[in-house]
Design a protein around this ligand. Structure first.
Ligand SMILES: [Zn+2]
Length: 97
């Protein structure tokens, strides 16, 4: 028998002894680990929903205050809190008048 085999056997025996001795602790640890995994899985759909809501906000169409073109809010230029323009051109014209 090679030294490596003896070492592996020793480690296995040691692991078996530890497993028997700390059976309860290992079971508790496994239980906690499973709970954490379950919690993580439960949290994931919520994250996705938040992402979706943010995407929806990006895709929300708003109307240019100058020419009336509908554009996604993320592309819109915003001068005052509720006034959006489709381009710098429209914004400039709106400021002039
Ligand atoms: Zn416009």
């Amino acid at each position: 028998m090679s030294k490596l085999l003896i070492l592996i056997l020793l480690i296995l025996v040691l692991a078996a002894i530890i497993a028997l001795r700390y059976r309860r602790q290992i079971q508790t640890a496994l239980y906690i680990w499973r709970m954490l995994r379950k919690m993580r899985r439960m949290n994931k759909p919520q994250e996705k929903q938040i992402e979706k809501e943010e995407n929806a906000k990006d895709l929300q169409l708003i109307r240019c205050a100058k020419c009336g073109t509908w554009i996604p809010q993320k592309n819109a230029l915003n001068l005052r809190s509720k006034t959006f323009y489709c381009s710098a051109n429209c914004m400039e014209q709106a400021v002039k008048f």
